[in-house]
Design a protein. Structure first.
Length: 356
């Protein structure tokens, strides 16, 4: 039942963006899709592969993810896509000594497809991102890895909320949490619980969202980051992630004070180095919540810290964020606020340096 629900959710046409897929979609690694089809027919005719090849893909995924987190999604994007089309597609075609090895290889391939989707999302190519996520989902399903498949449903839910297309996101979040509940450690489950909280808030179900937030917080506080499976651990501290999505939940509910508080907690729970892009975006969001409450000096302080961290980051989301900061600073600048003028000049210089 849950499997059919998840599949129905992600195939719904209304969930996809109205924008056409990027031209880059034509270059998707169809060899992987063909490899899945051959696997379903029991045809494995490629060269033999084993643990060493699987670990190599995992190590490369770790490396590419660290670069993404530090420098933004557009650094190394072509290399990751080419890696998916070549080495990873070859791994999916390979012959393995056991079904377990083949399943782990497909799960490793799914993580690379997921990263490609994340990079497309970071470039604001949302239709392409969803196609990559769907490909990652197909790989996890073929691997028989229900927990990893739930992780893909989770990102699809967040993607829908981020691009303001929430039509199917609550169903996706429900399906993801149902698959993971009782089968994963508390820290892992917390990441799914907070996704559902955010989806409830976006659906206008505030009281249920608040209860789900408390459940997610209880889970993450009782768990440990060491318990996370590899496909979740790559993306940083569960406490920081839960705090960030708690802030987004409160933002959807119009509670700017609580949103500000949880964005601040998220930034505190991330390492000082290695996660510059997400920390910078979190601080920028914190500044928005401060500005919404009329705390202009505090907002300028948060935005200034965000700009410090964005130096050298290549990300369409960062470009959009800085443009949004400048729009708000223009309002404050017209009121004669010197700090707003100075910060706007810094933001203008950043935009000039990061123009496409």
């Amino acid at each position: 039942m849950l499997r059919r629900l998840g599949e129905a959710d992600i195939q719904r046409r209304s969930f996809l963006t109205n924008a056409a897929y990027s031209v880059a979609a034509a270059a998707l690694p169809l060899g992987i899709e063909e490899a899945i089809e051959r696997g379903q027919r029991g045809q494995h005719t490629g060269p033999r592969a084993g643990r060493a090849e699987i670990e190599a893909v995992r190590d490369m995924t770790d490396l590419f993810t660290r670069i993404d987190e530090r420098h933004g999604g557009q650094h190394g994007r072509t290399a990751v896509v080419q890696y998916l089309r070549s080495d990873v597609a070859d791994l999916c075609r390979a012959t393995f000594a056991s079904d377990e090895d083949r399943a782990e290889a497909l799960s490793a391939a799914a993580s690379v497809a997921y990263l490609c989707g994340w990079k497309a999302y970071d470039a604001s190519e949302h239709g392409l991102a969803q196609r990559y996520y769907l490909q990652a989902y197909a790989l996890t399903r073929e691997a028989g890895d229900d927990l990893h498949a739930a992780w893909i449903l989770r990102i699809l839910a967040h993607n829908g909320m981020d691009i303001r297309r929430p039509e199917s996101t609550l169903e996706l979040a429900d399906a993801a949490l149902a698959r993971i509940k009782g089968k994963a450690a508390p820290a892992t489950e917390s990441l799914f619980a907070i996704t559902r909280a955010r989806a409830l808030a976006n659906a206008g179900r505030g009281k249920e969202a608040a209860r789900q937030v408390r459940a997610a917080q209880d889970l993450v506080l009782s768990g440990s980051a060491d318990e996370l499976p590899v496909w979740a651990a790559r993306w940083g501290s569960p406490r920081a992630t839960v705090a960030s999505h708690t802030a987004k939940t409160f933002h959807a509910l119009g509670d700017h004070a609580n949103a500000e508080r949880h964005y601040a907690a998220s930034a505190r729970n991330r390492p000082r180095t290695g996660h510059e892009r997400i920390t910078a975006l979190t601080l920028a969001a914190q500044g928005r919540e401060q500005a919404a409450q009329g705390h202009v000096e505090a907002a300028c302080g948060s935005w200034g810290k965000s700009l410090d961290l964005l130096n050298g980051v290549r990300s369409a989301r960062a470009v959009d964020e800085v443009a949004g900061i400048r729009r708000q600073l223009a309002v404050f600048g017209r009121r004669g606020m010197r700090a707003a003028h100075d910060l706007d000049e810094r933001a203008r210089i950043w935009q000039a340096a990061h123009a496409a």
